[in-house]
Write a protein that binds this ligand. Structure first.
Ligand code: NAD
Length: 427
């Protein structure tokens, strides 16, 4: 971590976590921003960070308290937008970084949003359905005054899903006294959700993987794919790649690692995970030691679990042609440099996984107009947005001779800081 950042008093220099990664990414883009770099400090602190206590009554009659966050990093280009994560390791630094990556991502694909993110420090697997609902509703009530269809719109992230979004929408609506479907995206279809939203992030990963493969002359049919994370993003991406004739040769999740050089039967593995909650115990592939996953020879490696997975420790062993970041923040800056030195093309999170927020944007627009589009129309528009964003970022990378990540940051930060400059400071 470079030392010169002025940190807010609520962060500790030695415990910056993912926020430290984000600050280094901002340092790398600053020299390319010209006179807009005058505004760069705007990006180095969140606009608003709310920490809430979430008390609920457990099924056994006792009361439990959970720590919840909602961070709005930047709203220069529009309302805050970003997911909600339930995980036992959630921290303020992590939610801050995730909210900042949302600002960059939304600007990189040019959807009219700022960046935000939420989280609760909880292992949701330890809660009953009733407890999960009570926690979601209480959290929503606690952050009620800073979210809304025009202010900040949550969506699913790790360990949250369309049911959690339905509870959030209902709680917010009850507090408002009217149904406000546009307060969250990633809702069930019957409650104003969008066709194609569930698959959107993975579809975006697949589209940018195909575009980048084309740039380096790699054929997707027959390509060897390894995926870390087999949830919404990783599981559906595996299906899309295998439908396109690629071979998913390795998969890792929180329960284990699987390897099958001839290609895993993805539909069977998805069924196994739906029944058991994880990939462990699947008999259609060999179990592998977790660490060996990173050394496998592949054509495309897709981290789609949590941040900080590719570090200076495992990056030197990675033998792949393209890393497509399905997860947010999976690669540390040091690891990024190692991959670049090894000639591995890294397609960064802020473009690779932007398909989710793109269809969230479509969902929000559909909710406002109460007019819903067909799945074909959504997928078609999604693919167009992703291809155009990829092409313009690729062009910037070539022009400036920088990594695709820095190019994406150049495009995004220029848009955000131009908006900041034109709006000016109030008062
Ligand atoms: N859901 C979306 O629309 C969306 C959009 C953009 C980015 N993302 C990002 O994609 C990533 C995955 O999100 P998701 O929605 O698929 O979550 P999910 O909860 O559906 O799945 C998470 C997966 O990660 C695995 N995992 C957790 N800890 C792990 C570990 N230590 N080692 C290996 N695997 C582990 C889990 O087993 C699970 O398979 C996150 O970084 C998230 O921020 C998600």
């Amino acid at each position: 971590m470079s030392q010169h950042h002025v940190l807010p008093s609520y962060l500790r220099q030695d415990e910056l976590g993912p926020w430290g990664t984000y600050l280094q990414q901002i340092d790398r883009v600053t020299p390319y921003l010209g006179s807009l770099s005058r505004w760069i400090e705007t990006l180095k602190r969140p606009k608003r960070a709310l920490i809430v206590d979430v008390p609920i009554e457990l099924d056994n009659g006792t009361v439990a308290h959970f720590e919840g966050y909602r961070v709005q990093h930047n709203t220069s280009r529009g309302p805050g937008k970003g997911g909600l994560r339930y995980h036992q390791d959630v921290t303020l630094s992590e939610v801050m970084a995730l909210s900042a990556w949302m600002s960059i991502k939304n600007a990189a694909v040019n959807v009219p949003y700022g960046g935000a993110k939420g989280g609760i420090r909880v292992d949701p697997r330890k809660l009953s359905r009733g407890e999960l609902e009570r926690m979601t509703r209480r959290y929503t009530s606690e952050i009620n005054f800073i979210i809304g269809p025009n202010t900040d719109i949550p969506a699913p992230d790790v360990n949250t899903n369309e049911q959690v979004m339905a509870w959030m929408m209902d709680t917010y609506s009850m507090n408002q006294g009217r149904t406000a479907t546009g307060v969250v995206t990633g809702k069930p279809i019957t409650l104003g959700g969008s066709l194609g939203r569930k698959e959107a992030t993975a579809r975006g990963v697949f589209v940018v993987a195909c575009e980048s493969a084309r740039q380096i002359g790699l054929d997707i049919a027959g390509a060897r794919i390894a995926i870390q994370g087999f949830g919404n993003v990783g599981g559906i991406a595996a299906r899309l790649f295998s439908e396109a004739g690629a071979k998913v040769i390795a998969v890792q999740d929180h329960t284990g690692t699987l390897y099958r050089p001839a290609g895993i039967e993805v539909l069977k593995l998805l069924e196994h995970v739906a029944q058991t909650g994880g990939i462990v115990g699947f008999t259609g592939a060999e179990p592998l030691a977790a660490d060996e996953f990173w050394g496998l020879e592949t054509d495309i490696l897709i981290p789609a679990a949590l941040e900080g997975q590719i570090t200076e420790k495992n990056a030197p062993r990675i033998r792949t042609k393209i890393v497509v970041e399905g997860a947010n923040g999976p690669t540390t800056p040091l690891a990024d440099d190692i991959l670049n030195e090894h000639g591995i093309l890294v397609i960064p999170d802020v473009i690779a996984n932007a398909g989710g927020v793109t269809v969230s944007y479509f969902e929000w627009v559909q909710d406002f107009s109460s007019f819903f589009w067909s799945e074909d129309e959504i997928n078609h528009r999604l693919e167009r947005v992703m291809r155009e964003a990829f092409a313009s970022i690729w062009q910037v990378a070539l022009e400036h001779r920088v990594s695709v990540r820095t190019a994406a940051y150049i495009v995004a930060c220029t848009r955000i800081l131009m908006a900041r400059e034109m709006r000016g400071l109030y008062p």
